[in-house]
Design a protein around this ligand. Structure first.
Ligand code: FES
Length: 95
């Protein structure tokens, strides 16, 4: 199923990027695939698919995410009140 129509990114492509491509941050997914980098309509759904793909990783791969990496995830873009997800790398003020 297409998640991002601007860049023809499917849910399968997101899962593959996480599982086989080693992508662990949404911003890296955006850079690699272009998802949510144009109109942004797909951002919320893309982030949900990305989160599901991360959750589906084997425990040992999740365990490979050290505390330092977890701290890095703290800088991940946050969903704003409107439900969109910023991929510019800056934290949104509204929470
Ligand atoms: S639908 Fe994904 S950027 Fe437009």
């Amino acid at each position: 199923m297409y998640i991002c129509s601007c860049h023809a990114v499917t849910d399968g492509a997101i899962r593959k990027a996480v599982k086989e491509g080693g992508i662990r941050r949404f911003r890296d997914l955006a850079r690699a695939t272009g998802v949510s980098t144009q109109c942004g309509i797909c951002a919320k759904h893309a982030k949900e698919e990305f989160d599901k793909a991360i959750a589906a990783l084997p425990a040992e791969e999740k365990a490979g995410q050290s505390a330092a990496v977890s701290a890095e995830f703290a800088d991940e873009p946050k969903a704003c009140a409107a439900g969109c997800v910023c991929t510019c790398g800056k934290k949104l003020d509204a929470e």
